[in-house]
Write a protein that binds this ligand. Structure first.
Ligand code: GDP
Ligand code: MN
Length: 393
């Protein structure tokens, strides 16, 4: 689960990690009220920041520094409601429905801090870099040595000496080192206690008066741990999520939208991965990842079908099922009734194996609907790739 910058900063503040003063606003009036309050309480300027779940907002025009109240008003009018396009939103952009209005900070240096899981090492890694404020992916690709790393032993956790190592490598002043250790230790605590999967401060700044501040903050949480965290549930903003993925999550379907044109319905995450691979191998491109789960029922199959069909890019459907707990006849029944109810016109290719496969095939045959059945996964992949290209057999 992703959250907004202002929500992430609220969490940091609870853990004693320094963030600028600021508040969220949903309307022009609210934004102006926050700006007025900040100016009244001594702010030299305010930053108007679009709150969307994508990064790169600054470059896209979604972060503006206002020196006066009237500038703040102008920027708020410009940014609130705009379709902000960044390298992470796709060409259609993301509508800005919330703003963070924050006190400006006198920036001295822009640095980077991040915590992620390094899957290859099976350890968390704490990263730091002097190349703050830039896209860290670009830094990692062009100049990997510019990212300093401390791997965290899960038995003892992040140690103060590791924080000191990073602080020294960042070239912080001696008077800032202790503060930096506290700051990083706080971030690590946030990561662990909220079951985060990613925590990034970009930029992590030093100010002209030698303070340390998190000027931006991104936190993603591990969805599988969210049942531990009722307090975080309300932070979800479904307006930021893909509507089809939101729909799928209501039915406990594991769906991720991709940008190809072959819809896949598969049971089991491993088989779903293999299916996407074999579509690519056959020269096609998958429109989604969809795992209907081991024990899907007929209703879920129908709902899954509905979701696949509401993606306008889809040109053909590949159903690849190994019937274990999910019996093939149940699947076939679901597919036939969905195809009938939804008036499916698109070509459907199936590859079915496992429990009750004969009954399943019989149901499909007797349905009178036009399905093609591949004898192997590769055969079925070739069929569906051709079908998506509009090539008749
Ligand atoms: P992102 O582009 O989505 O990562 O948004 P950020 O919150 O990181 O903001 C982008 C850039 O705006 C930062 O790297 C800073 O250079 C600048 N910025 C953000 N807040 C302030 C501020 O308070 N004062 C000044 N001068 N610049 C700021
Ligand atoms: Mn940033």
């Amino acid at each position: 689960m992703k959250i907004h910058e202002y929500q992430a900063k609220d969490i940091l503040a609870k853990y004693g990690v320094a963030v600028p003063r600021g508040e969220v606003a949903y309307t022009l009036d609210e934004a102006l009220e926050v700006a007025r309050r900040l100016f009244t309480n001594g702010a030299k300027g305010v930053v108007v920041k679009a709150q969307i779940h994508a990064g790169g907002r600054g470059k896209g025009g979604g972060v503006k520094v206002a020196k006066s109240f009237s500038d703040a008003e102008e920027y708020t009018k410009k940014i609130l409601g705009m379709h902000l396009i960044t390298h992470q939103t796709g060409p259609q952009g993301q509508k800005v429905q919330r703003l963070l209005i924050e006190e400006t900070a006198p920036i001295d240096r822009e640095l980077y801090l991040g915590i992620v899981l390094d899957r290859a090492k099976a350890q968390l890694v704490f990263m730091a870099s002097q190349a703050g404020g830039m896209e860290i992916e670009e830094v990692a690709a062009k100049d990997p040595d510019a990212i300093y790393k401390e791997y965290i032993d899960p038995a003892v956790g992040f140690q103060p000496y590791q924080a000191r190592n990073l602080a020294f490598k960042l070239g912080l002043k001696p008077t800032q080192i202790n503060e930096a250790v506290k700051f990083m230790t706080g971030l690590y605590k946030v990561y662990i206690e909220t079951d985060a999967s990613l925590l990034e401060i970009n930029p992590f700044i030093t100010t002209k008066d030698d303070k340390l501040l998190a000027l931006d903050c991104k936190i993603n949480f591990d969805d599988n741990a969210m049942f531990h965290h009722k307090e975080l549930k309300d932070l979800r903003d479904v307006a930021e999520e893909d509507p089809l993925e939101v729909e799928a999550s209501k039915y406990a379907l594991n769906y991720i939208k991709l940008d190809g044109n072959i819809a896949c319905m598969v049971n089991g995450a491993g088989l779903a991965m293999a299916t996407m691979d074999i579509i690519q191998y056959a020269g096609g491109s998958p429109a989604n990842f969809l795992d209907v789960g081991g024990g899907a029922n007929q209703q879920q199959i129908e709902q899954a079908f509905g979701i696949l069909l509401s993606d306008p890019n889809v040109k053909a459907i590949f159903i690849n099922i190994f019937g274990g707990i999910l019996r093939v006849d149940v699947l076939a029944q679901g597919v036939v009734s969905a195809a009938n109810n939804l008036g499916v016109k698109l070509p459907i290719v199936l590859r079915l194996e496992g429990t009750n496969v004969e009954e399943g095939r019989k149901i499909l045959k007797e349905s009178g609907l036009n399905f093609e059945v591949g004898s192997t996964m590769k055969d079925a992949a070739d069929l569906v790739v051709n079908a998506a290209k509009g090539v008749a057999r």
